[in-house]
Design a protein around this ligand. Structure first.
Ligand SMILES: Nc1ncnc2c1ncn2[C@@H]1O[C@H](COP(=O)(O)OP(=O)(O)OP(=O)(O)O)[C@@H](O)[C@H]1O
Ligand SMILES: [Mg+2]
Length: 445
């Protein structure tokens, strides 16, 4: 992509309404534009990051055998009356009336709709286990939308629903989701900690939230620092193996990690003092086993092996895809701008031409651009005829992890400059070496 032809409406001024770094930088880097309170347009740069996160989520869900689909944003109130949630949900639900005076709503979540789909088509244990998911816009009329996409009213969420014949099978689905979530966050370059959450009126202790540590997080969290050492890496995982999924969950839930809602000071005191940590966290996902709550209310039943008709056991599992864009920035920025992890960066590498219009500089930049595209990468080439200082400031703000700078003086010695956004370190290398290095970095990422 050439910057001269792209749409990157960078702001010079810091927008007054933005209180936290991610919101400020998303506005300044031209990633989003507010349409109305808590509702945003995703401009081209922001859209790219959103799609990269979405891709990772899709890949990791499907790796575990979960099946993608797509349900509508607008739902009929009737289903929600069946479950009893139409009245229970309260003012966060955006209620709409159509021209025939029918009660509709913009879905805040999809338990009712997926249960309706299930009961229409499945009636035997032979069709289980089944996990269906989608990634779709949600609407919750938050009282105080804030922090940009982190607490929006319209937001993009992956929500998945498991259907199982009994509690044990559903608990395996729960564990499987925990493992897929750990893998997803790790692939985004993040450390999200599963924390035992409050299950509210439904009871039971089978719900975990995934929290990303950040000073600006809305939750207070308490944890054993040993949990930060855990890593899945590239271990082979058999998602059908009950033992293996259980073992991974045990590993991640053994160290103390809770939000203020479930915090137990007596238990926390048993953690060695030098490992006790208290900080803030951003909720980027939650998994939930709720048993037969919806299947009983809505009549979603199957025959089991013994020929008995039983309500199906369910769970629901969400990842905040749009919130993650902001959360990743909260965890990865400095005073110049964003620092994207390689795994989710909107472009893999910036190319800065210090003397646009100079035959040699232009040719070198074009060669680098073509070679990176050839390797399946997306470079962003700043080919504008503007000053170097401004080009560097834009690259730093939008946070591409790598930058190749091409200037007449370097070219005379056969070198370009390769700069890491994270460390700020630069090296002079040949054009071919720069291309190879970028290729290797992304082959490994
Ligand atoms: N208003 C919102 N804006 C952006 N993302 C959201 C919003 N509400 C929820 N999410 C994301 O969707 C995920 C799954 O939704 P869930 O129903 O668990 O949200 P929640 O527990 O109500 O969130 P919160 O406690 O932050 O309001 C959350 O973990 C979060 O990452
Ligand atoms: Mg939640």
């Amino acid at each position: 992509m050439r910057l001269s032809r792209y749409f990157l409406p960078v702001l010079k001024e810091t927008p007054a309404e933005a209180q936290i770094a991610s919101h400020r930088y998303m506005l300044r880097a031209g990633m989003i534009k507010q349409a109305s309170a808590g509702i945003y347009s995703w401009l081209p740069l922001g859209w790219r990051v959103l799609k990269r996160i979405e891709d990772i989520v899709h890949q990791e869900q499907q790796r575990a055998g979960h099946i993608p689909m797509l349900m509508p944003t607008i739902q009929s109130a009737d289903l929600w009356r069946e479950s009893g949630r139409y009245d229970a949900y309260g003012p966060e639900m955006l209620r709409i009336t159509d021209r025939h005076d029918r009660d509709m709503l913009f879905g805040p979540t999809n338990e009712e709709m997926i249960t309706d789909i299930f009961r229409s088509h499945v009636s035997s244990y032979r069709d289980l286990p089944l996990t269906l998911y989608h990634i779709q816009w949600k609407f919750r009329d938050e009282v105080r939308p804030r922090f940009g996409v982190m607490r929006g009213r319209e937001f993009y969420m992956k929500d998945g629903y498991n259907f199982d014949v009994d509690r044990d099978a559903a608990l395996h689905a729960y564990n499987r989701h925990m493992v897929t979530y750990l893998r997803s966050y790790e692939r985004m370059g993040l450390k999200a900690i599963p924390m035992r959450a409050d299950s509210g009126p439904i009871g039971g202790d089978n719900t975990h939230e995934f929290l990303l540590l950040a000073d600006t997080g809305e939750s207070e969290v308490f944890y054993d620092s040993a949990i930060l050492e855990l890593e899945l890496g590239d271990r082979a995982i058999d998602f059908d193996s009950v033992e293996q999924c259980q073992a991974i969950c045990d590993e991640w839930t053994a160290p103390y990690a809770r939000t203020d809602e479930t915090h137990d000071p007596a238990l926390f005191d048993q953690v060695p003092e030098d490992r006790r940590r208290q900080s803030r966290g951003i909720e980027v996902g939650q998994i939930f086993y709720f048993g037969t709550k919806y299947s009983e209310a809505m009549g979603a039943r199957v025959t089991n092996k013994d020929g008995e008709v039983v309500p199906v056991h369910m769970g629901s599992h969400g990842i905040g895809v749009s919130r993650l864009v902001g959360a990743i920035i909260e965890a990865n920025h400095d005073d110049k701008g964003i620092i994207w992890p390689e795994q989710v960066t909107p472009f893999h590498c910036g190319i800065v031409n210090l003397r646009q219009g100079d035959g040699d500089c232009d040719a070198a930049c074009e060669r680098i651009e073509a070679a990176l595209v050839e390797r399946g990468l997306d470079p962003l080439y700043d080919d504008r005829d503007t000053r170097a200082g401004g080009k560097f400031a834009t690259m730093d703000l939008i946070g591409l992890p790598w930058r190749i700078t091409v200037g007449p003086r370097g070219l005379q010695n056969g070198v370009v400059e390769l700069t890491s956004r994270r460390t700020g370190e630069s090296e002079e290398v040949s054009i071919d070496a720069a291309i190879d290095r970028i290729g290797q970095i992304y082959a490994a990422a």
